[in-house]
Design a protein around this ligand. Structure first.
Ligand SMILES: [Zn+2]
Length: 184
């Protein structure tokens, strides 16, 4: 745990009008520093590490889809959470990726400060890189605390972003199949 980060949290509390010496806040700077380091641990991970050789030879060329992967990230504009789910589909070209690794890829990028649009693209590019697929599609639906708790204070708006690569981009039929599968 970074002492310096804890000290900075103490300063933040003081600047916000709190007394960091009162009982309830005594360990808060340390806890907050630990929590924030955990929430941004993606900075210390690499794609090779998180996929850890879980790419397997396979004959299948049918669409593989992993739906409703939980997503917790923080926006780079306000350092506030955005929370939602991510769907990933790909069309294998000789190689498939172990199921749990999709969630690990999502987590690695989500645990960095982000905007949703870039996060969607990073996940799609990563899946393409690891699998060499004919096409990759990624959709994220998320609620943003910076919109719900501040600013316009819209509680029910969901932001949806999609990135289509390869055959998902070129073929309307493939795209349609994907969209049907993620909404069914
Ligand atoms: Zn924001």
């Amino acid at each position: 745990m970074s002492e310096k980060l804890a000290d900075l949290y103490e300063t933040i509390l003081t600047e916000l009008g709190e007394d960091p010496k009162r009982e309830g806040l005594l360990d808060t700077p340390t806890r907050a520093a630990k929590a924030m380091q955990y929430l941004t641990r993606g900075y210390h991970q690499t794609l090779t590490e998180v996929t850890n050789g879980a790419v397997f030879e396979s004959e299948t060329d049918e669409m593989v889809i992993v739906k409703d992967i939980e997503l917790y990230s923080m926006c780079e504009h306000h350092l506030l959470p955005f929370i939602g789910k991510c769907h990933i589909a790909y069309l294998p070209a000789g190689k498939v990726l172990g199921l749990s690794k999709f969630a690990r890829i999502v987590d690695m990028y989500a645990r960095r400060f982000q905007i949703q649009e870039n996060l969607t693209k990073q996940i799609a590019d990563a899946v393409l890189e690891v699998t060499g697929a004919r096409g990759v599609a990624v959709t994220i639906e998320a609620k943003h605390m910076c919109m719900m708790m501040r600013g316009v204070e819209k509680q029910n708006s969901v932001m949806k972003s999609s990135v289509m690569l390869g055959s998902f981009r070129e073929s309307q039929a493939t795209r349609q199949e994907y969209l049907q599968l993620i909404t069914s």
